[in-house]
Design a binder for this molecule. Structure first.
Ligand code: ZN
Ligand code: ZN
Length: 399
């Protein structure tokens, strides 16, 4: 049997279902980890296909297909939407005001459901097991961590993992699959909040007060200057202050001043270093101005890492399946974006891929997270086939 051709043909034959699932999901976007309707939709479809879906963590599902005892490949889709009012003009637009599938996670869920069907139909070709991972809370950076903490990578143990993210408004023909080289793609990120506490009082009597505004201004300068002198030139580090708030009246020195910002690095080691120095700088400078400084770090997201060996394998399989419809990304694109599949990628060899789903020449000019973004549904069967074929081939070559 010509497996690549057969899988592609089966995926094309599934297009009506893929489109129906995607548009149904698109009408019912849900946010964060609060995705009960979407979870039920996914679990019901999986059950209809003969799976036994299992709830993992607060808002995720897994399902298994294949032969137990061999290696296990995890395929992941995210299911959550964004807090936006949709203005795409699509006939199947969001029926929930203030919520929209603007990142294409409805496409991802439909594609993985399609792969679930194809994998079930071709189960005899699987020389190991495929674990399907449907997660919520990607946009808030919590869903994958929650599922990892609740054991999604164990029982059975996962040996490698893969995900596909659709891209709209990208300069590629729709349907092109992009496979990274090995290395770090999206950076690690972490939010920080800082509270500088002084002693408030009358603006006419500053000597009776300890002014937290003076202190926080110097801390801000210190962050900008000291990191500029200490960070290695070739090692990406971004620290940006996004908010500074203090005071309510022009003639009152406030008790506290607050700052928040974000740190982006390419490794968890560098992140730990940046956090340590940020706290030292803030407390050192704040101390000089007689204030107390507390720095809180939250929402730590690891870097998104593509495993070189797995990415090379997947590059080969996608070539077999799609020929010129698959392309290696020349070098791993470094940037400050984030993807919570990172929590998986730092635990098992992983490959995050992109699937072009409409560019501006084809009438899809808006990028993801835009309230008018549209995605090309012709990409759906390609995504489903890519998941399926990769699973068949990876398990064949990793017994
Ligand atoms: Zn997004
Ligand atoms: Zn996304």
């Amino acid at each position: 049997m010509d497996t690549p051709k057969s899988i592609l043909q089966q995926a094309m034959a599934l297009k009506t279902d893929l489109v129906k699932w995607r548009e149904t999901l698109h009408r019912h976007p849900e946010l964060g980890l609060d995705t009960p309707w979407t979870q039920r939709f996914v679990a019901d479809r999986l059950t209809e296909m003969g799976y036994t879906p299992k709830k993992v963590g607060a808002a995720g599902y897994t399902a298994l297909v294949g032969k137990p005892g061999g290696k296990v490949l995890l395929l992941r889709a995210d299911m959550d939407a964004l807090p936006l009012d949709e203005v795409s003009g699509e006939p199947f637009s969001s029926e929930c005001p203030g919520r929209m599938h603007a990142c294409g996670h409805d496409m991802h869920t439909a594609m993985l459901l399609g792969a679930a069907k194809l994998l079930k139909d071709n189960e005899s070709l699987l020389e190991g097991q495929v674990k399907l991972m449907f997660q919520s809370g990607e946009e808030i950076g919590e869903g994958a961590r929650d599922m990892v903490e609740h054991g999604v990578l164990e029982d059975p143990h996962v040996d490698a993992a893969e995900m596909i993210h659709v891209a709209a408004g990208a300069p590629f023909p729709s349907g092109l699959v992009l496979i990274p080289q090995g290395g770090t793609g999206a950076s690690a990120s972490c939010r920080f909040r800082m509270v500088v506490t002084g002693k408030g009082g009358h603006g006419a009597m500053p000597a009776n007060c300890i002014d937290p505004i003076t202190a926080i201004c110097h801390i801000h300068c210190g962050i900008e200057e000291i990191f500029a002198r200490e960070a290695e030139l070739c090692d990406f580090l971004a620290i940006s202050v996004g908010t500074i708030h203090a005071g309510d009246a022009h003639n009152i020195i406030p008790n506290t001043a607050e700052m928040s910002g974000t740190i982006r690095t390419m490794s968890l080691e560098k992140m730990a270093w940046a956090q340590k120095r940020l706290t030292e700088i803030a407390q050192g400078i704040g101390g000089a101005y007689r204030t107390q400084v507390e720095v809180i770090y939250e929402k730590l997201l690891p870097p998104l890492i593509a495993d070189t060996e797995t990415a090379d394998c997947v590059g080969k399989y996608m070539q077999e399946l799609l020929g010129p419809g698959a392309m290696r990304v020349p070098s791993s694109t470094k940037g400050g974006g984030s993807e919570d599949f990172a929590h998986v990628s730092v635990k098992v060899p992983s490959v995050p891929m992109f699937l072009a789903a409409g560019n501006s020449k084809e009438g899809y000019e808006h990028p993801a997270h835009h309230p008018a973004v549209r995605f090309d549904e012709n990409a759906l069967p390609i995504g489903a086939a890519a998941h399926t074929y990769m699973a068949i081939r990876w398990l064949q070559e990793h017994k």
